[in-house]
Design a protein around this ligand. Structure first.
Ligand SMILES: Cc1cc2nc3c(=O)[nH]c(=O)nc-3n(C[C@H](O)[C@H](O)[C@H](O)COP(=O)(O)OP(=O)(O)OC[C@H]3O[C@@H](n4cnc5c(N)ncnc54)[C@H](O)[C@@H]3O)c2cc1C
Length: 512
């Protein structure tokens, strides 16, 4: 397999598809941009906005700024295009965040923070003021740590770190923001080897609801530090920087095989045994994919050990499946190439076209839900899932499920050791469908209902938990699903740091 072919199979390249666009496309489709003044009735006078504008080092973007506002207001999921913020404060530093927060309190205006804008339910937009931290995207690297501005997107984090032969465990969609990913946990292809993104955190700088800068770590504001590792974005303050412990990069061996959809049950039964069989250095996915006319079952693995060490594990897995794959490949490549895929030469393209000069990724219309499974799913559960997918195909509901292996370093934390509670899960599932960019709100809502229904049909076998980074607007009792036994402590931390509930969001944590 040559390098170009390899890139087609790399982690990043796969997720660029799921991210809603390709970095190869010459021009990303950009919809929802109206070059006319949008229907925003300002609740404040022009001079009040001018006052805020002049006190910021960064940019204040108002609906009257016709050259910037139409794109600056947009978030990744087109479902939230109907929301028009009063203003977007692109904060250049901590003082800007403090000033913007004080302004919203003075004027009793709803405020939310934004990094990569990928919140599934549009939590980084508001009809009030958006605090956009993306200008704070500096990255500095020491021998064992990296301090990353809370506005950095994964493309830049991965680019800068791997240039220095170090890395932090990251998710695979490169336009995602470091802030949302880390605060909710952070799944990625080296998760079993190095843990969730939040597991490498050593310190966080945050501006509290009181407008105070706090540094939290294991010794200072340790309760807040606990909550920031899995308690979800937007709940406890505006983070301005994260310090992570880094790991050295190595080559990564990528295995991938495709099976006919008819082999679904055989492949899934073998795959879900892997958390007990594979070393921590090896991570894997099981992807039933019926998003196109030809449905298939895809399995893949990423290993930070040598190919020689990893290959017997993959071969044993293949031999355990009583079916013949239509393809079965193995490739070893540098960490940087696997993670950045087609953007390893230049990370610029792997940003949203709406957010970044030179970015080529498009936004997306999508719907999703999630599950965790603490035990193996019995044959009856696997069969139920297969039949439900077959019914979906007949009804014209196209989609995929992304099952991730958990365990390894992720399960070396107790469920209450950080706010990320799903430490005993063997497997996570994301039920996901990407719709045409022009999909109407009704179409997206219908897809959301259908994605959520997977949780219902799998409920006899799932843990009942859900991933706070894959927020589902239709989930029952969302906070118990996202935080389980950690919910009470999260509410107490919220009461301590945000007693007046300044940071309020859909499905967000309320003070106890
Ligand atoms: C296509 C796609 C692929 C994805 N792939 C992965 C993956 O591989 N692994 C994984 O774990 N997740 C993945 N996710 C989920 C992703 O981690 C979450 O959606 C995450 O919350 C997005 O963070 P963001 O900064 O991009 O989004 P934003 O919408 O900007 O922020 C998300 C939340 O965090 C808050 N927030 C933003 N900045 C700050 C700040 N500075 N301080 C405090 N709160 C803040 C926002 O208010 C919002 O509530 C993916 C999402 C998409 C859409």
């Amino acid at each position: 397999m040559d390098r170009r072919q390899f890139m087609g199979f790399s982690a990043a390249s796969f997720f660029l598809t799921a991210c809603g666009g390709s970095s190869n496309s010459k021009q990303a489709p950009v919809i929802g941009i109206q070059p006319v003044t949008p229907p925003v009735e300002s609740v404040l006078t022009k001079s009040q906005w001018e006052e805020l504008k002049s006190s910021l080092d960064g940019q204040l973007i108002l609906p009257t700024d016709n050259s910037t506002y139409p794109t600056a207001r947009l978030v990744f999921n087109t479902r939230y295009d109907h929301i028009y913020p009063q203003a977007i404060a692109r904060c250049a530093n901590e003082q800007d965040v403090i000033t913007a927060l004080s302004f919203t309190k003075q004027h009793s205006m709803h405020v939310t923070s934004r990094c990569g804008s990928h919140s599934y339910i549009g939590n980084s937009t508001t009809q009030g003021l958006v605090i956009d931290v993306t200008p704070m995207d500096s990255i500095s690297i020491t021998a064992n740590t990296a301090t990353i501005g809370a506005g950095a997107r994964l493309a830049d984090v991965c680019d800068k770190l791997t240039e220095n032969n170090v890395a932090v465990a990251l998710g695979s969609c490169l336009s995602v923001g470091i802030a949302g990913l880390t605060l909710g946990g952070g799944f990625g292809v080296v998760g079993r080897a190095y843990g969730l993104t939040c597991d490498s955190l050593v310190a966080v700088d945050i501006i509290s609801a009181q407008g105070e800068k706090l540094t939290c770590d294991k010794n200072q504001h340790s309760d807040l530090f606990w909550a920031l590792r899995g308690g979800g974005g937007g709940n406890f303050g505006v983070v301005t920087s994260f310090t992570f412990k880094t790991h050295a990069t190595s080559d990564i061996t990528v295995f991938e095989a495709n099976f006919s959809f008819a082999d679904f049950e055989k492949v899934m039964a073998s795959w879900q045994a892997l958390p007990d069989l594979w070393p921590d250095e090896m991570w894997g996915q099981f992807l039933p994919d019926w998003s196109n006319a030809t449905s298939r079952v895809n399995v893949r693995a990423f290993c930070v050990n040598s190919a020689t060490d990893a290959t017997p594990y993959w071969q044993d897995f293949m031999h355990s499946i009583d079916a013949t794959p239509s393809s079965n490949t193995v490739t070893t490549a540098p960490y940087r190439d696997v993670m950045l895929g087609t953007c390893s030469a230049s990370a610029t393209a792997c940003h949203l076209a709406t957010q970044f000069e030179g970015g080529r990724m498009s936004r997306s219309a999508f719907a999703a839900s999630s599950d965790f499974f603490d035990k193996e799913i019995p044959p009856a559960g696997i069969n139920t899932l297969k039949e439900y997918i077959e019914k979906s195909i007949l009804e014209g509901n196209r989609g995929m499920i992304i099952f991730n292996l958990m365990g390894g370093k992720i399960s070396q934390f107790e469920p209450n050791e950080t706010a990320f509670v799903h430490r005993n899960a063997r497997v996570s599932a994301e039920y996901y469908t990407a719709l045409p960019l022009s999909a109407s709100d009704n179409t997206i809502d219908a897809a959301q209902k259908w994605e959520n229904s997977f949780r219902q049909i799998m409920s006899p076998w799932s843990s009942g938990g859900a991933y706070v980074n894959y927020l589902d607007p239709l989930i029952n009792d969302p906070q118990s699903a996202y935080f389980g036994e950690n919910l009470l402590k999260l509410k107490q931390v919220k009461l301590q740091y945000d007693p007046n509930w300044l940071f309020k969001s859909s499905q967000g944590i309320a003070p106890a």
